[in-house]
Design a protein around this ligand. Structure first.
Ligand SMILES: *[C@@H]1O[C@H](CO)[C@@H](O)[C@H](O)[C@H]1NC(C)=O
Ligand SMILES: *[C@@H]1O[C@H](CO)[C@@H](O)[C@H](O)[C@H]1NC(C)=O
Ligand SMILES: *[C@@H]1O[C@H](CO)[C@@H](O)[C@H](O)[C@H]1NC(C)=O
Length: 218
């Protein structure tokens, strides 16, 4: 009888412990964040119940290198402790911290920013963390989603816009006729390459040269 009572008591105590340690739950994003190079991104991190600022510490860190991306400690943002790679590029939403929102704004994303981050939240009694993964993307290409109609003998413009932070000379843009797998037009090595055009498109398919630096490959 005594044994059973003890067991029940132990179970009860461990349940209370489990509830207490599960008290601080830090939310991050469910999925990796895909960010274009040069763009800005918000790394979400929040708790449901606001934490008194004087007992709050929030560390944003790179999980791989351990470098400190940003820090909130002792009621203040601590830019002086930021790793130089993030200095002036990573910011808290200051107004949001007291509401339990510790999201971080990261500007001018580079290839080096790709990787796993963690948002570690400490209170006087407990700590917990959320992970955020950043994937960087080089290139976004957009065309027209709608068919283009033209009468035989007419001119037609086919849209293609390239959004990238890669220099033009490193970019290769190829227009293809997909049902026949033949090349229509090529841009390579910073130049339009008419010599590689097949006979049937020669002198008929061209880029708008002055638009190319803007990423417009119509
Ligand atoms: C971010 O990029 C913009 C424009 O490309 C530039 O003016 C700015 O100085 C950059 N900021 C940082 C912190 O690198
Ligand atoms: C936190 O603040 C940012 C910036 O205002 C906002 O985009 C985000 O939705 C907020 N997150 C929560 C959980 O309130
Ligand atoms: C192509 O782009 C131009 C702007 O550059 C736009 O006015 C036009 O509607 C676009 N055409 C299609 C079919 O999307």
């Amino acid at each position: 009888m005594m044994k059973i009572k003890m067991r029940v008591l132990c179970l009860f105590l461990s349940l209370i412990c489990a509830i207490r340690t599960a008290g601080l739950s830090v939310r991050g994003p469910a999925m990796p964040l895909h960010v274009q190079l040069g763009a800005s991104v918000t790394l979400p991190c929040s708790v449901d119940t606001p934490i008194p600022l004087r007992e709050l510490e929030v560390q944003w860190m790179r999980e791989d290198s351990g470098s400190l991306v940003h820090l909130f400690l002792g009621g203040k943002i601590r830019p002086e402790s930021q790793s130089p790679a993030y200095s002036g590029r990573a910011e808290f939403f200051t107004e949001e911290i007291s509401k339990g929102n510790f999201s971080l704004l990261l500007r001018n994303v580079t290839t080096e920013d790709k990787g796993m981050y963690k948002c570690v939240v400490h209170t006087a009694r407990e700590s917990s963390e959320a992970k955020v993964k950043i994937d960087t993307e080089w290139l976004v290409v957009t065309g027209a989603d709608v068919p283009v109609f033209a009468y035989a003998g007419e001119d037609v413009i086919l849209n293609c816009s390239v959004d990238t932070h890669v220099p033009l000379r490193e970019l290769e843009v190829e227009w293809m006729k997909t049902n026949e797998e033949i090349q229509v037009l090529l841009f390579m090595g910073g130049q339009y390459r008419p010599e590689s055009q097949p006979e049937r498109f020669r002198g008929r398919a061209e880029f708008f040269s002055e638009e190319i630096p803007k990423g417009n490959f119509q």
